[in-house]
Design a binder for this molecule. Structure first.
Ligand SMILES: C=C1C[C@]23C[C@@]1(O)CC[C@H]2[C@@]12CCC[C@@](C)(C(=O)O1)[C@H]2[C@@H]3C(=O)O
Ligand SMILES: O=C(O)CCC(=O)C(=O)O
Ligand SMILES: [Fe+2]
Length: 369
């Protein structure tokens, strides 16, 4: 199994046999983009008044309890007082807008190849669905320079500078959140071998994903980004002021994560699900689209160094709580995800209780298409 993420993605090419349409020019919803069975899925409960995604103020004295509760019961929360300046959030948002408003022929020059890691194109998970999603994406892993130069041959310095600054700040926030999450489990960085000196998580790796959701003529029959969990420890997401992100709540229904000015969304990913031995389950989420408002999001997908071994943390294991998952590196897990998609977590499960013991669910697929 390849050790670096880039090698792993190269070894698991994604062939997406769909031509990238310019969604901004399409007048009606083409059959290729018309999803069936969307109504048979779980209902959307975005008008629900009782259940709202937790919002955690990182300066709150009870932050550990709040984070722990959110991770255990929702797998997603929004954070305030996260330390990322409004200027930087505005800058990354306008960088994304500038990118996606380039003419199609220019964006296609920076296309992600099937065995590539970075660039413009449809989400990697597109190959698992018969219909095409109403979105376009741009992935950055490592240096953005090559693709940025294809997009802006004259001068891509501004783009690269903003990406670099944003990634630097996101990395700090991701580490802070991981320490809080460990704290909420009664653990410290010393309980995580690969955390390194002072819990610095040196060598952690990440992907930056820009997602663009143009306005859609028939939003009820289209899908912005199909239901999935992220293969990360956690994902930090900045969304513009258009709603669309939904999370599946206890298998009951889709709940919208409303955009809150200045707040960032934190999603628990599959690697934290494994590390926490299923105590903090990864969250199934999707994006629906909109007839009148353009939506943009920027996801910072954070994982450990690609070669470190991830398995349920020792202190969470005892006779009553056997390890539910085997050991994987992030690289290996991305390979597993590329093959099995929504069955990836269950494919590495090593202990399956007969009586609901362990109280975990490896996400049964939500398959509309
Ligand atoms: C590191 C990664 C996680 C990701 C696949 C990738 O190689 C880079 C893009 C990531 C992303 C973003 C959109 C949703 C997602 C499921 C996808 O298709 O590409 C995630 C992948 C993931 O978390 O598995
Ligand atoms: O656009 C969004 O709100 C979600 C994006 C997402 O789920 C992802 O990039 O993994
Ligand atoms: Fe996601």
């Amino acid at each position: 199994m390849p050790s670096r993420i880039s090698d792993c993605l190269r070894a698991n090419p994604v062939y997406i046999h769909h031509k990238q349409l310019d969604l901004n020019l399409v007048k009606g919803l083409p059959d290729s983009h018309a999803w069936t069975n969307l109504q048979d899925d779980y209902p959307s409960v975005y008008l629900c008044t009782v259940e709202t995604v937790p919002v955690v103020d990182l300066d709150d004295k009870k932050v550990l309890d709040l984070v722990g509760h959110a991770c255990k019961t929702w797998g997603v929360f929004q954070v305030r007082n996260h330390g990322i300046s409004k200027i930087l959030l505005d800058e990354i948002e306008s960088t994304g807008k500038r990118l996606f408003s380039l003419p199609m022929h220019q964006k296609l020059k920076a296309s992600r190849s099937p065995d590539g890691i970075s660039g413009y194109g449809l989400a990697r998970i597109s190959s698992f669905f018969p219909k095409i999603m109403w979105s376009e994406g741009f992935t950055i892993i490592g240096s953005p320079v090559e693709h940025a130069h294809q997009l802006w041959p004259q001068d891509c310095t501004k783009f690269c500078d903003v990406i670099q600054e944003y990634e630097k700040e996101m990395k700090k926030l991701a580490r802070k959140l991981i320490l809080l999450i460990l704290g909420s489990l009664g653990l410290t960085e010393e309980d995580v071998k690969w955390a390194g000196p002072e819990g610095a998580f040196e060598g952690g790796s990440a992907a930056l994903q820009f997602n663009s959701y143009p306005v859609c003529p028939e939003p009820d029959r289209a899908m912005g980004l199909a239901a999935h969990t992220d293969s990360t420890i956690l994902t930090i997401l900045h969304q513009n002021n258009t709603s669309g992100l939904q999370v599946l709540r206890d298998g009951n229904g889709w709940v919208t994560v409303p955009p809150l000015p200045g707040a960032l969304v934190v999603n628990i990913g599959d690697l934290l699900h494994i590390l926490s031995n299923g105590l903090y389950p990864s969250v199934l989420h999707r994006v629906i689209v909109n007839r009148t408002q353009y939506r943009l999001s920027i996801a910072y997908l954070y994982g450990p160094q690609s070669t470190v071994k991830v398995s349920p943390l020792h202190k969470l294991i005892d006779q009553g709580h056997p390890p539910l998952y085997g050991t994987v590196t992030w690289s290996e897990y991305l390979g597993t995800k590329a093959k099995y998609f929504d069955k990836a977590l269950s494919s590495i499960r090593i202990y399956a209780p007969l009586n609901g013991f362990g109280d975990t669910d490896d996400h049964k697929g939500v398959t509309a298409g």
